[in-house]
Write a protein that binds this ligand. Sequence first.
Ligand SMILES: Cc1cc2nc3c(=O)[nH]c(=O)nc-3n(C[C@H](O)[C@H](O)[C@H](O)COP(=O)(O)OP(=O)(O)OC[C@H]3O[C@@H](n4cnc5c(N)ncnc54)[C@H](O)[C@@H]3O)c2cc1C
Length: 460
Amino acid sequence: MAAVGDRSGRRIAIIGGGFSGSLLALHLLRRCRPEDRIYLVERNQNFGRGLAYTTGNPNHLLNVRAGNMSAFPDQPDHFVRWLQNLPADQRAGIGEPNTATLGASTFVPRRVYGNYIQELLGDKIWREGQGHNFFLLTDEAVALHRDGKGLSLELAVGRRYPVDHVVLAVGNFPPTASTPGYFGDPWSSTCFEGLAPDAPVLMLGTGLTFIDTVLSLQDRGHTGKIYALSRRGLLPRVHAAVPAPWQYELPPSGRNLVKLLREVRGIARIAESAGVGWRAAIDGLRPHTQRLWQEMSLPERARFLRHLRPWWDAHRHRAAPRVMARIEQAIGSGQVELLKGRIGDMARLDDTSLVTINLRGDNGRREVIVDRVIDCSGPRSDATRLDQKLIQHLLASGQVRPDPLRLGLDVDRHGNVIDAEGNATPDLHAIGPITKGTFWEIIAVPDLRIACAALAERLL
Ligand SMILES: Cc1cc2nc3c(=O)[nH]c(=O)nc-3n(C[C@H](O)[C@H](O)[C@H](O)COP(=O)(O)OP(=O)(O)OC[C@H]3O[C@@H](n4cnc5c(N)ncnc54)[C@H](O)[C@@H]3O)c2cc1C
């Protein structure tokens, strides 16, 4: 192992060892010279998983088919081949029940996907012998210093690493802190501790996080009532049994949001009548979405977020059929009740909470008494409201600034971070969900894998 601070070769620190950080490390290892050093800093014990692929629940499935989850855009069937080559005992139970085939259209447990990413990076380091280039630092990055000698990265233990480039791959910002009766983090292991199986709960949000949380509760044997509240009560749509590809012959323009909406609706109608279905129109938009977002003016993007985002999210981020069938059954049986509105008030009564909900439109109010309110509205994105040492330090020192719509951090089109003065920083980069303000469609694997490959090429 090279000594910390040795000046030969290029030193790149990646902060965050979720999917984006780990895949970037892999791409860098593929390209680096023997004297280069790649530091992957991950505060959790596991790299390669992040928030999405840590779950141990086998019913928490990918919301993207296996055929579109390859880590490498130039080898689209890489993940499917990896699945098919798993030993028989590991393959069992991964696919749909009653189906022996494990193929491109399967929705597999997210944990399995984490295994895939870990194995790819592990193979590169240990089997292919690139350990001398790679340093996994299991700690939290807390500060980035600049002086006459260059950049140095500070970890929570107090150690500093001189580096040439830093990549922020800090991912999905965790949800809010909890207070009595209110659980801000549905992925936390303490979220369901001490909850009686028949206790009523209220979930805030009706998207994919809500679905995960309902499945987790049910899998623990929960029979109590589950109220689910969101402004419009929109549930994610379900994936089609068989995907149908669709090409846009005339890619639409993002310069006018109303016109764009009209056009996409028109294309969806055509797709419906052609028998491929509206989903193909949404999926076909994907190669154009980043361009459309960047063509939109700032006020148009803000309008999109205010009025269209819930509809976009519900149609774009769909749920696997097996998962959605369980949610529909829970709604049909009355265990899950969808409410449209906003919380008006919340009062604590001994061990329960009385929540007053202002129902949407002229539908008055509704009071529910629940043991727990669980925030299922998903990861946070406003960097200024985060209780994270590194982000707060970078903001306070002017090295980064939030993007204008508070979707993450401001970056240019190459992923170079923009500082408080508005200048792009050539040695500080960002990748993944925190770059949503610039790219919008940059939170899922099919887009992240392209961004990782491109950044690795630029860095080395
Ligand atoms: C519940 C959930 C399910 C999802 N399912 C899918 C799916 O099925 N298919 C799909 O394509 N996409 C899915 N996504 C989208 C997801 O954003 C991406 O697939 C991908 O996981 C993002 O990876 P990331 O590395 O950018 O972020 P993250 O996975 O959030 O990883 C960031 C990592 O950075 C670490 N970190 C942060 N700050 C520091 C610090 N200061 N020091 C050290 N370490 C730090 C964190 O501990 C974390 O491990 C899902 C997202 C969520 C939240």
